[in-house]
Design a protein around this ligand. Structure first.
Ligand SMILES: Cc1cc2nc3c(=O)[nH]c(=O)nc-3n(C[C@H](O)[C@H](O)[C@H](O)COP(=O)(O)OP(=O)(O)OC[C@H]3O[C@@H](n4cnc5c(N)ncnc54)[C@H](O)[C@@H]3O)c2cc1C
Length: 216
């Protein structure tokens, strides 16, 4: 057991569980979405000389497949966004039945699934069908060929989902007593991470009784 006067939780995929363990609201619940990448064949990497991003669809916090040229010259293609069957489900067949059940029985997920079942199925199809993934990429680089795509890595996005089925796309920080929990930190990127850190420190300063501690 660890005892602390103040706690700042930033538990990503487990943010809701850690907050709940500390007596806070269980929502928004985290629903894991896996994102797989392909890597462009090295000889073809010169086709992509910068970052290529789609115009975001405001209905979803997922950007859609894009082209990321990395510092070492590798070009990553993706990611897609499919429901993961485990919070740490980095591979297609990683399954944690308890966590699948946790997702399925959540009212927010059922509402989301009802509304966007078609988009969800399309993503799943692309997940199993490399040609369909290629087609999504060819919207931006029509010369891409199936053989250009090598298997890449994967990540799992901790998507906060509100009970009404809304995909939460803003930062959520909850506080209560001596605790502060970052419940959703979607894609902060280098440009905003410092500002977010500042916001967290400010919130802690306002809500934690630091002054009281100084005078003890
Ligand atoms: C495929 C993919 C691509 C992405 N691309 C981008 C991008 O280009 N730009 C961008 O800005 N963002 C991107 N993101 C999103 C970005 O990764 C997240 O928004 C960000 O990591 C969230 O930060 P966090 O601190 O909330 O959680 P995390 O970075 O997940 O950190 C949480 C930490 O808590 C630890 N932890 C969890 N539970 C416990 C526990 N019980 N005890 C102890 N430790 C625990 C974990 O091990 C982890 O280290 C991407 C995400 C994915 C999945």
């Amino acid at each position: 057991i660890v005892e602390a006067r103040y706690v700042i939780g930033c538990a990503g995929l487990y943010a809701d569980r850690v907050a709940r363990l500390n007596g806070m609201l269980s929502t928004p619940q985290i629903v894991p979405f896996r994102g797989d990448y392909y890597v462009l064949q090295r000889e073809r990497a010169s086709m992509v000389r910068g970052m290529i991003y789609p115009v975001p669809d405001p209905r979803f916090p997922f950007l859609g497949v894009h082209f990321t040229r990395r510092m070492n010259g590798d070009v990553w293609l993706g990611p897609n966004a499919v429901l993961a069957f485990a919070r740490e489900g980095y591979r297609r067949f990683d399954i944690n039945l308890g966590e699948v059940w946790e997702t399925l029985r959540y009212r927010g997920f059922r509402r989301l699934a009802l509304k966007y079942w078609r988009v969800g199925l399309e993503e799943m199809y692309r997940d199993f069908n490399k040609a369909a993934f290629l087609k999504a990429l060819q919207r931006y680089v029509p010369d891409l060929r199936l053989a250009d795509l090598l298997p890449g890595s994967a990540g799992v996005r901790a998507q906060a989902l509100a009970p009404d089925g809304t995909l939460v796309d803003d930062f959520v920080v909850n506080h209560q007593g001596g605790q502060l929990h970052v419940r959703n930190a979607p894609s902060p990127a280098a440009t905003s991470s410092l500002a977010i850190a500042e916001m967290i420190v400010d919130t802690a300063e306002r809500n934690f009784a630091f002054d009281e501690m100084k005078h003890r």
